[in-house]
Write a protein of this length. Structure first.
Length: 146
């Protein structure tokens, strides 16, 4: 896609093996933390996320906390903050969209497609990072649902 758009400040050759960095391993919290996939901590970490989280309407914050606990939660979090998995290549960020893990006895398909559950903290942080820190002009989703 980057070859077609010719929008990156990098050369096309730098994109050729990018997909291998995402597909070589099964992507999980621990693998992403240890792999060659860049794990960017959002802004200054948890404090930066709390700024964005506290801008949400009170009703939204209550729902997120009800299902996912107090910020920053426990999904894709380490000592440095909330992880934003992806690779930055010039003015392009190629990221792995946050998962929607099951709650309680839910099966994975129910969790992924359940419009009644709010996004978790890392999901919110991912998109806030793209908007406020990376300052993307657009987002293109690719894959099963993109």
């Amino acid at each position: 896609m980057c070859k077609e758009f010719k929008i990156a400040q990098k050369t096309v050759e730098e994109f050729v093996h990018t997909k291998d960095r995402f597909t070589y391993n099964e992507l999980s919290d621990e693998i992403l933390k240890r792999s060659g996939v860049l794990a960017v901590a959002i802004g200054a970490g948890v404090d930066e996320y709390l700024k964005y989280f506290n801008e949400l309407p009170e009703e939204c914050k209550e729902e997120v906390i009800k299902y996912w606990g107090e910020p920053p939660g426990n999904i894709m979090v380490d000592d440095n903050g909330i992880l934003i998995p992806g690779i930055i290549l010039g003015n392009i960020f190629i990221g792995v969209q946050p998962s929607r893990p099951p709650l309680g006895n839910e099966d994975i398909n129910s969790a992924i497609h359940d419009p009644t559950k709010p996004p978790h903290h890392q999901y919110i942080a991912f998109y806030k990072w793209i908007e406020h820190v990376f300052k993307a002009d657009c987002i293109i989703h690719l894959g099963t649902h993109g």
